[in-house]
Design a protein around this ligand. Structure first.
Ligand code: D5M
Ligand code: FE
Ligand code: ZN
Length: 550
């Protein structure tokens, strides 16, 4: 087979079970007969080696003295920045693809065309969809030229290895207490609230305020709303009159979320007539963090390897594109769960399985991961199809699965995790609660067509899965890992298999679609998945471009 391009070399090495440093691929490609060189390298390396280094190639070429040669990439990186920027912003090829590729019937949603409760500045420079495609869409890159020591990736709020919950009643008390502590702190400065027991002993007609978790929501005979709030001392009923301007907020309420209300007690002091309602929310003045250099992250989710509907060709095109010069700034790949299709996740799922063994699914996934350039940083969290406990927070993959997926040395953390990438705080959450938010809220506030709007609701509630007891299973822990204690700069989810993005008070919310074509179940309920898209995020500006590979 001709091995004239780095992409082919990487694929050939992957087929033989090797991952490769980009510098090694460049060296092989630069030789007169890359095919012959590759054979020599494979013969030369240790059988146990997983990753071919530039040193290995030198060794095979008979120059073992040079262990780690500098990578020759042609032009300096600084030139590329400008060129790259130009391409991002003005390429006619991208513009025309936008019109023909995604403007049509199956247009993924974003808020650039004016959403409802979003910030007016929609994804700056974003809202476009560019064709990704294979090497023909950009010349093969030698490698990521930036100095890897500039990279940084830290993880907070990861339950992996920290789980203490035994599932006892006392654990539920603890986790809700912690939720109340953390979220009430965010509301405390805004209202002069009193504990439920203190309000219970106040006299009729007095002003009062309370911070509590929503315990019950009922409509009254006359169409008003009775919202019962609970704090650590007790409960108190709060009446929202249907004609108040904030009555629409009641539609948005989920059980167990934390809110504050202010109002006046009834004459018999039995209920509070609500005059204002407050959510923990993202401050309107929030100013997001950005990276100090031009570097990008690809955000993907829901790969579902092992399903008959997994779109391997689209994934390969994506991986090939990552090897091109156009993608040389894409140094991070963040995957938001559902690496594999899993087994026994939904009834009758086995009828659509391509690989029935869960470990074999991870082995195949690992092969697909090897197509991704070896010099990228990968981070992944699990989803509801993955082989970890279903209840959230979900710990990262166990040793066994890590071993299977070890070739790329990816960072494996829990669902959710707050990942700080070169200063940018990316909250990674698979997204099972989105089904709940979409089911409970009115269409215009949350729908499968606009998954980012459902994400706005979670940002407003500062909790990734507020309602307990429905679709979202909660594992009681010492603390509530699902609270957004800090405001993220980017909120990245998947799960609903729909692409959508937009900004909520300057926080970029991205639901990144999937790599699985429509399943029978999805057909039966009219879910039309957005397959094979990769949102590419500029970490220095938080602008985003979506690339299509399906
Ligand atoms: O789910 C992808 C989306 O489809 C998510 O919104 C749930 C929904 N889904 C898919 N299959 C089912 C079944 N069998 N029952 C209920 N809901 C379903 P994911 O879990 O990522 O595959
Ligand atoms: Fe999924
Ligand atoms: Zn899922």
């Amino acid at each position: 087979m001709p091995l004239e391009t780095p992409v082919r070399i990487v694929r050939e090495l992957a087929a033989r079970g090797y991952n490769a440093e980009q510098a090694a691929v460049t060296l092989i490609a630069s030789t007169e007969r890359p095919g012959r060189t590759l054979e020599r390298v494979v013969e030369h390396v240790d059988d146990a080696a997983l990753r071919i280094t530039a040193g290995d190639v030198r060794g095979a070429l008979g120059d073992p003295a040079v262990e780690d040669p500098p990578v020759s990439t042609g032009e300096p990186a600084s030139n590329r920045t400008t060129e790259d920027d130009d391409r991002r912003d003005t390429s006619p090829e991208e513009t025309s693809e936008t019109a023909s590729g995604v403007g049509g019937e199956r247009s993924p949603r974003n808020d650039t065309d004016g959403g409802v409760d979003t910030s007016t500045s929609a994804v700056a420079g974003g809202g476009r969809t560019a064709a990704g495609g294979g090497p023909e869409h950009g010349s093969p890159a030698a490698s990521r030229t930036a100095d890897p020591s500039l990279r940084s990736l830290e993880v907070d709020g990861d339950v992996t290895g920290q789980s203490t919950g035994t599932g006892e009643y006392g654990d539920f008390v603890k986790v809700f207490r912690d939720r109340y502590e953390k979220l009430s702190k965010q509301l405390r400065g805004r209202v002069n609230h009193r504990p439920a027991t203190a309000i219970q002993s106040m006299s009729g007609g007095t002003d009062a305020a309370m911070v509590g978790l929503v315990n019950d929501i009922r409509s009254t005979k006359s169409g008003h709303w009775l919202v019962e709030l609970e704090d650590t001392t007790g409960t108190f009923p709060c009446l929202v009159m249907k004609d108040r301007e904030f009555a629409g907020f009641v539609d948005e309420l989920l059980l167990d979320e934390c809110i504050a209300v202010e109002g006046t007690l009834s004459d018999d002091a039995g209920i509070m007539f609500v005059d204002s309602m407050h959510f923990p929310d993202v401050p309107r003045t929030y100013s997001p963090n950005t990276a100090d250099r031009h570097v990008q992250a690809a955000l993907v989710s829901d790969i579902h390897v092992g399903s008959q509907e997994f779109e391997a060709d689209a994934w390969t095109r994506f991986a090939d594109w990552l090897h091109t010069e156009e993608a040389e700034r894409v140094e991070y790949l963040l995957i938001a769960g559902d690496m594999v299709e899993g087994v026994g996740v939904y009834p009758d799922q086995d009828e659509e399985l391509d690989i029935v063994d869960i470990y074999e699914q991870y082995e195949r996934f690992s092969e697909h991961l090897k197509d991704v350039p070896g010099d990228m940083e990968i981070l992944m969290i699990p989803g509801n199809h993955d082989a970890v406990r279903l209840a959230e927070p979900q710990p990262g993959f166990d040793e066994n699965l890590r071993e299977i997926m070890s070739a790329h040395d990816a960072r494996i953390t829990g669902n959710p995790s707050l990942v700080t990438v070169e200063g940018v705080r990316v909250l990674m959450y698979h997204g099972v609660s989105l089904d709940e938010v979409i089911a409970e809220l009115p269409e215009e506030k949350a729908s499968y067509d606009d998954p980012h709007k459902a994400m706005y609701q979670l940002l407003k509630k500062r909790h990734v899965a507020p309602q307990f007891g429905g679709k979202t299973r909660l594992a009681p822990e010492e603390k509530d890992y699902l609270v957004m204690e800090e405001v993220p700069d980017v909120f990245h989810t998947g799960h609903v298999h729909k692409l959508g993005w937009g900004k909520y008070h300057e926080v970029l919310a991205v639901n990144s679609g999937c790599w699985q074509a429509q399943t029978d179940f999805q057909k039966s309920v009219n879910i039309d998945p957005d397959v094979g898209y990769a949102p590419i995020l500029d970490l220095d500006t938080l602008d985003m471009t979506v690339r299509k590979f399906a």
